[in-house]
Design a protein around this ligand. Structure first.
Ligand code: MEV
Length: 302
């Protein structure tokens, strides 16, 4: 086989994300702050004589098949999907696959769409997974960096600058949470939880002004976690991981994403990060450290 045939027809990739403030409230038009992470998803499209299909079986589920049928021609493509992001952990794996797929599809068609068009296309795919996504995960997967997001209309997307890097530790609860189910549960609890949703949104807006005051930002993360507990999306395990991080010296900790499982994100001074990782290690909690901004989390041109 020639080398040319061994190359994909098109490739798209996009990073995952962590939500620092505003999850759930963002679905109802409130502000969220979210950041791209260094872990990415990639979609490669290969020539194939026959119907378009997903060829790596671990990603061959019915929702991804629907996404492929929406985004790509019905014939002639074998799709390889790869992701470094753990599924169901609130780190935006489905949105990053959706953005990677629309980027690959655009490259296949020889198009260079505006970011708004890619956003809308990827949101249509994300709806297959989550029904009523706010779009924050897709916006971060497309733009990279640290963003203030409000769904609008009009959509507000503001890159946030940091005077000092933020040092974060991500602790994995080891169990997945279903974004679709948790968003539906919050919807069913309205209007009873509307005041909590408003408070979460107000806190996210305030936090945009606290990004360089790490102590205040950590306190705000603890407040956000208390509100997410009131909202009913935290779990005893997530609360336990927040306490573990705080007891080991974190400035603040909260669940990140839809909750019900998934990850906790803790903010730390750089010299406390090893102690938090060690405390997680002693309890056999998978954990890793990351720093914002992450240069490698910027979007790729494909
Ligand atoms: C999921 O990553 C974040 C939620 O706010 C849902 C959404 O924004 O679509 C729970």
């Amino acid at each position: 086989m020639s080398l040319v045939l061994d190359r994909p027809l098109a490739v798209g990739s996009a990073p995952g994300k962590l939500i620092l403030f505003g999850e759930h409230a963002v679905v109802y038009g409130q502000t969220a702050i979210a950041a791209a992470v260094g872990l990415r998803s990639t979609v490669s499209l290969w020539h194939h004589d026959g119907p378009t299909h997903i060829r790596n079986s671990s990603f061959d589920d019915f929702r991804l098949r629907r996404a492929v049928s929406m985004a790509l021609p019905a014939h002639g493509i074998a799709v390889d999907i790869g992701s470094e992001l753990p599924p169901g952990r609130g780190m935006g794996s489905s949105a990053s696959i959706a953005v990677a797929m629309v980027r690959a599809a655009a490259a296949l068609a020889g198009e260079q769409p505006e970011r708004e068009a890619l956003f809308e296309r990827s949101l249509a795919l994300e709806r297959i997974f989550h029904g009523t996504p706010s779009g924050v995960d897709n916006a971060v997967a497309l733009s990279g960096g640290l963003l203030r997001f409000r769904r609008g209309p009009p959509l507000e997307l503001e890159p946030l600058e940091l005077a000092q890097p933020l040092h974060l530790v991500v602790l994995d609860s080891g169990s997945p949470g279903s974004t679709a189910e948790l968003v539906a549960a919050v919807r069913a609890a309205r209007p009873r939880v509307d005041r909590v949703l408003d408070a979460i949104g107000r806190l996210a807006e305030q936090a945009t002004g606290l990004l360089d005051d790490h102590k205040a930002l950590g306190n705000a993360m603890n407040d956000a976690q208390a509100m997410l507990v009131l909202l009913g999306v935290s779990t005893p395990r997530l609360s336990e991981l927040c306490s573990l991080a705080r007891d080991a010296g974190a400035l603040g900790a909260k669940l990140s994403g839809a909750g019900g499982g998934g990850v906790v994100v803790a903010l730390a001074e750089p010299d406390t990060v090893p102690a938090i990782l060690a405390a997680a290690g002693r309890r056999e909690v998978p954990a890793f450290a990351l720093q914002l901004p992450i240069p490698s989390a910027s979007p790729e041109p494909t």
